[in-house]
Design a protein around this ligand. Structure first.
Ligand code: HEC
Ligand code: HEC
Length: 175
């Protein structure tokens, strides 16, 4: 009888929150980049996106098209490729569900049937940014939503808290 009560309480707790059982050991943001090779090879044109911002399926799509990478060539040496690929795969969103934002991004993928090749094409990230006036995103100081560090002052540390957001020519975001 005691066990049944505990079970009912647990189910009640879990369904009351979209984080399910993860909440108890939840970490904020995404896991910071902790691989020097990845950091060096993938930060020449934009900051090194944390692997926890995309699922492995999407990362595979990005990594198999590096020679045709959003209009540029981002290929790396073969030996580096394998190490980078392995690092990204082992740390992709669905493997880092103890981090809140990775969990949200991974969960949101169930809303679409296609495999996207960008963080900015994931349902969770689209939804989180749909209230920002397009002119603030397109402006010269930002260029596009891909440029996370332009607004998220602590993005390089894997932190995307609302209190740390500062949009150029606008300032702090309060909603
Ligand atoms: C030669 C420059 C260059 C290098 C090097 C480069 N990228 Fe990119 N990357 C780009 C450009 C340009 C975009 C598109 C930005 C935009 O949307 O205008 C992009 C976009 C991305 C995106 C999608 C961002 C979004 O919109 O959500 C991912 C993911 C990404 N790069 C991963 C990588 C990885 C992993 C590496 C290292 C293997 C890498 N990039 C190296 C130029 C580069
Ligand atoms: C033009 C500025 C801008 C850019 C560029 C931008 N963001 Fe944001 N982001 C925001 C704002 C503003 C919010 C807050 C939206 C809200 O909750 O009302 C937000 C919310 C978020 C959240 C949710 C935070 C929370 O506490 O709910 C995450 C995660 C996030 N952004 C990640 C990213 C990533 C990853 C990128 C790059 C691929 C990015 N953002 C690019 C402005 C930006």
């Amino acid at each position: 009888m005691k066990y049944i009560l505990v079970l009912i309480l647990m189910i009640g707790f879990n369904f009351a929150d979209d984080d399910y059982g993860y909440k108890a050991y939840s970490k904020n943001g995404v896991k910071p980049v902790d691989n020097e090779l990845y950091q060096n090879e993938c930060s020449a044109c934009h900051f090194a996106y944390q692997p926890g911002l995309l699922t492995s399926k999407s990362w595979d799509k990005v990594m198999t098209n590096l020679d045709n990478h959003f209009g540029t060539d981002a290929s790396v040496l073969d030996e580096d490729y394998n190490l980078i690929y392995k690092y990204i795969m082992e740390n992709s969103a669905e493997k880092a569900m103890d981090y809140k934002r990775s969990r949200r991004i991974a969960s949101s993928m169930s809303y679409i049937s296609t495999t996207v090749d960008a963080i900015t094409k994931t349902p969770y990230i689209i939804k989180k940014h749909d209230e920002i006036p397009p002119r603030l995103i397109k402006q010269e100081e930002v260029k596009g939503l891909f440029n996370c560090t332009a607004c998220h002052t602590q993005a390089k540390k894997g932190s995307y808290k609302e209190s740390e957001i500062k949009i150029p020519n606008y300032g702090r975001w309060d909603d």
